[in-house]
Design a binder for this molecule. Structure first.
Ligand code: HEC
Ligand code: HEC
Length: 331
């Protein structure tokens, strides 16, 4: 990393070593590419993420609702799962989810491994059971071989399955956004409107909740601090986990990384556009009515948070065998 700037001082070229990076004094930090990762496990987890045979119908994979071609989400108000069931809540992106303090809007899963077991057995999502999902995988020789290489046993378990998926998800970080380039010292990485938007984002108080390298994901906050959020959704947030009345309508602050791609917004998908989301946030979280021009600037800033999207060869899944249980799409 380079923070050295050559400077002309009294005609002599001096090098100012180790200038502090811009982000040292900013409430948002750049995303760092993932370090120590088990590559074999990542490859297995990648296949499992894309494999619809983890669902009862044999039709729905993690990627169905967290489409990596669309910012790690489904761009629907609320997700559609098994039997065309429309779920009660909007799918958050899986991009940078490793940076969250916990998983789900209400934080009910402590980490990615614990989270990954949820959707497989959720009747409205993949509609399966862990036992049946494991039985399907165990019947596929390609998976048994790969699992043995990674975990040292031929006996596939849901623990290994969720661990591998979680390891893959850790690679889904998005460094190198234009905003991060700016944080790292490239003054030309964002334009004047975008910079004005960032200044407004800071000065208005958005950074009280949206901060850190994920620009969110680090606290639970009330939705509707100054004025109540208008919604028909019955979802009540963090109170479902803690049982405390003070946690009613508290949600994990979502990451704003790649937010340009992850519409519609909020837990109920209630805001169709970024402009609408910014307008609502200003009014109900901060008591501020932004002008149209201010909203345009903040939205311009938010779009600089789009980073490098995951890029890899599409995994080719090992074929089923004669022993593989048949999918049940309609039940
Ligand atoms: C039918 C759609 C659907 C499928 C299939 C699905 N998810 Fe999700 N996912 C969701 C929804 C909806 C939520 C939010 C639920 C909540 O917060 O209560 C979610 C939440 C998550 C989160 C939490 C992100 C955050 O910021 O809190 C992760 C991680 C995740 N899913 C990964 C997976 C993995 C891995 C799979 C496959 C094993 C999977 N999902 C399958 C819809 C789906
Ligand atoms: C008091 C904490 C707080 C403040 C201040 C705050 N937010 Fe939020 N923000 C949240 C929470 C919590 C959510 C999720 C709410 C929900 O879905 O119910 C959210 C959601 C969002 C979303 C939607 C993200 C998504 O993926 O659904 C955007 C965009 C956003 N905020 C932008 C802003 C902007 C811009 C400001 C400043 C004008 C701001 N926020 C101020 C807590 C806050």
């Amino acid at each position: 990393m380079q923070y050295k700037k050559p400077m002309m001082i009294g005609g002599a070229l001096a090098v100012m070593a180790m200038m502090p990076p811009v982000w040292a004094s900013e409430p948002i930090q750049p995303i760092t590419p993932v370090k120590s990762i088990n590559l074999g496990m990542v490859e297995l987890g990648k296949k499992l993420f894309f494999d619809p045979r983890l669902s009862k119908s044999g039709f729905i994979s993690c990627n169905s609702c967290h489409n990596l071609s669309m910012g790690g989400t489904d761009n629907l108000k609320t997700s559609i799962g098994h039997n065309w069931n429309q779920g009660p809540i909007s799918a958050p992106t899986v991009l940078n989810s490793s940076l969250n303090l916990a998983q789900f809007w209400d934080g009910r899963a402590k980490d990615l491994k614990e989270q990954a077991g949820g959707p497989i057995a959720n009747p409205g999502e993949m509609g399966f059971t862990h036992e049946l999902a494991v039985e399907v995988l165990q019947s596929i020789p390609g998976y048994v071989a790969e699992y043995t290489l990674v975990f040292g046993t031929e006996k596939i378990g849901i623990d290994g399955v969720t661990e591998a998926i979680a390891e893959f998800e850790k690679t889904l970080v998005t460094p190198n956004s234009r905003f991060d380039q700016w944080l790292l010292g490239d003054e030309n990485a964002i334009n004047g409107t975008e910079l004005a938007g960032y200044k407004l984002f800071k000065a208005s108080g958005c950074v009280a909740c949206h901060n850190g390298s994920a620009v969110g994901g680090s606290t639970y906050q009330k939705m509707g601090v100054v004025a109540p959020y208008q919604t028909t959704s019955k979802i009540e947030g963090r109170i479902g986990v803690t049982g405390k009345d003070a946690d009613r309508f508290k949600f994990k602050v979502p990451t704003l990384r790649n937010v340009e791609l992850t519409y519609p917004y909020f837990h109920d998908g209630g805001a169709a556009t970024l402009k609408e989301a910014v307008d609502i946030m200003g009014r109900i979280q901060l008591g501020k009515q932004f002008t149209d021009e201010e909203k345009v600037k903040i939205v311009a800033f938010l779009k600089t948070l789009t980073g490098d999207q995951p890029s890899f060869n599409l995994p080719i899944l090992p074929p089923s065998s004669d022993k593989t249980p048949q999918p049940k799409p309609f039940s």
